[in-house]
Design a protein around this ligand. Structure first.
Ligand code: NAD
Length: 304
């Protein structure tokens, strides 16, 4: 009987990945955040306040903003969504941002991307006060992330982008020691690929970044002990591209013709080989919103 149990255990370890639920982890973090935020009115006189600007009615953006509102309500963060028409001129958006920057009762500002074509994204992002930039997209905050950690920081208080922050949290929650590991990141976007690569580097992983011009992707992904995939290509990574025992983090969100969401990783063929894998949906997505709440709280505390 004991032998059977041990065999079962080995079987599970070799042939079945641990499915890492971002949903469960984010629920428990949100419960902790709610308890923390509940103390703020007495300690600081008020709750943190996140302002979100939504320009237009892109369906995915509308859904994301609604999810952010719900998450804020759940943990007691005050939330204001400013909904502007699709035709909003850049100068009108900049005036709104300036007003939020100047409002002492607003701690975090998020502009839901993408923006309509008449508005330059970088101009809008640069207009956000650095200390209220909960997305961590402001060029000064990006530079702060990429500065070598050994250099003294004149102002160490900045937010790192939400999805990468959530990914590192998930990997650590799985009990994975990142230090010294071979990490491969597929994707080099400003929102996910690049910042998560730097955060892995900060944790002393040896990081390789792959992108759409990478030759023989499979030979590189097979070398990964930690594989983070953020390419926006459904089932880009299949079982033959993953080393046995790898930690696989699937960031991709792709809507199938059946209306369901799929990741960038072919779960069916990769899960039997990986040690740990995140599902889509319910993996990285919930962690992104959780990081937004944490960034808002960080901005609030930094401003006290
Ligand atoms: P992006 O389009 O800005 O970047 C995609 C990156 O993948 C690029 O650097 C590109 O070079 C690389 N790439 C594309 N095809 C490739 C290929 N065949 N081989 C190797 N590299 C390839 O996308 P993004 O904003 O980084 O998002 C990536 C995915 O993650 C999307 O599906 C997006 O919806 C999803 N996403 C999820 C969350 C979340 O919270 N779960 C957050 C942000 C983005």
């Amino acid at each position: 009987m004991i032998i059977t149990t041990r065999e079962d255990t080995i079987f599970l370890r070799i042939f079945a990945a641990v499915i890492l639920s971002g949903k469960q982890l984010s629920d428990s973090i949100k419960a902790e955040l709610a308890a923390e935020v509940a103390l703020f009115p007495e300690r600081y006189g008020r709750a943190p306040h996140l302002a979100v600007i939504l320009v237009g009615e892109d369906p995915a953006s509308v859904t994301y903003v609604r999810n952010k509102e719900r998450a804020c309500e759940k943990v007691g963060i005050q939330n204001t969504t400013i909904r502007l028409p699709e035709t909003t001129a850049e100068e009108d958006l900049l005036a709104r941002i300036a007003a939020l920057n100047a409002d002492p009762g607003v701690d975090g500002i998020l502009i839901q991307l993408p923006l309509p074509a008449q508005i330059d994204e970088l101009t809008a992002i640069k207009a956000i006060a650095r200390e209220k930039d909960v997305d961590g997209f402001h060029p000064e905050n990006v530079a702060a992330l990429w500065r070598r950690r050994t250099e003294p920081e004149p102002n160490p208080q900045y937010c790192v982008p939400c999805t990468p922050r959530g990914i590192i949290r998930l990997i650590k929650a799985a009990g994975v020691d990142i230090e010294g590991k071979r990490a491969v990141v597929v994707g080099r976007s400003n929102i996910v690929g690049l910042p998560v690569s730097k955060l892995l580097l900060n944790e002393n992983a040896t990081v390789t970044i792959c992108h759409s011009h990478t030759r023989d992707l499979a030979s590189i992904t097979r070398s990964a002990e930690i594989l983070v995939v953020a390419a926006g290509q459904r089932a880009l990574i299949t079982g033959d591209m993953v080393a046995p025992g790898a930690v696989v983090i699937d960031v991709g969100i792709n809507r199938g013709e059946d209306g369901r969401l799929y990741g960038d990783v072919d779960f069916e063929s990769v899960a039997p080989k990986a040690a740990v894998i995140t599902p889509v949906p319910g993996g990285v997505g919930p962690m992104t919103i959780c990081s937004l709440l944490e960034n808002t709280i960080d901005c609030f505390i930094n401003r006290q």
